[in-house]
Ligand binder design. Sequence first.
Ligand SMILES: Nc1ncnc2c1ncn2[C@@H]1O[C@H](COP(=O)(O)OP(=O)(O)O)[C@@H](O)[C@H]1O
Ligand SMILES: [Mg+2]
Length: 241
Amino acid sequence: MDARVSVIDKRLKNIKRIISVASGKGGVGKSLVASSLALNLAKKGFKVGLLDLDLYGPSSHIILGVKDVFPKEEKGIIPPNVHGINFMSIVYFTEDKPSPFRGIDISNIIIELLAITQWGLLDFLIIDMPPGMGDETLDVIRFIKKSEFLVVSTPSKVALGAVSKLLKILKELKIPIIGVLENMSMTRSSFIKNEIDSMDLPYLGCISFDNALEESIGKPNKLLESDFMKDLDDLLEGINL
Ligand SMILES: Nc1ncnc2c1ncn2[C@@H]1O[C@H](COP(=O)(O)OP(=O)(O)O)[C@@H](O)[C@H]1O
Ligand SMILES: [Mg+2]
């Protein structure tokens, strides 16, 4: 067995909760939700880490406006603190250049990131996941035994089709699902809520489409004041995180 795998449990043992923000689909707002959730919890005084595991399309660093900071080496790698969040991403190592990885590389990078990162004591580690049920998702399930999933959908049958597949697999594997968050809602339709209810899973609420959101990208202070954050905050009040 890969010796690094046995190190991972040790690295994660002082983290109270690990929340993977996932979806069957791309472009539904996983990265926005993951980064905003991390900012929101950090502002409330929790110790928070954020790990961007979307290795082909990392974007949390763009949302948080992370520039010119690097992890420190000290018996592993200590993620830099960005706006109160211990932030770890592949971009520290790829310098944000296009990174064409094959499946085996993906698992290797994930094991490496998990084995070297010194998170320290955390209340929450939020993971920004790539779409679908590929290597990254399977590796998170395999290596991060205590991860719970927060699943993002948009109010579209197309998104829901992919999201349902992810939910079904997570359920079959008995992975804890916090619930489904509906993002970019534009009408008062209860389509997604009804579908999630019928799957016997928690529907967490919805975040409206925010026309001004783009202006907050790269500016965490502005993001904290956005309508998107207000909706997320209302939604979090209903969940006991
Ligand atoms: N509620 C929202 N209102 C407006 N734009 C949004 C909303 N949620 C996400 N977006 C935008 O949609 C795009 C995709 O979001 P992103 O978080 O990158 O999705 P994913 O990580 O699922 O691929 C981004 O440009 C983001 O700014
Ligand atoms: Mg993303």
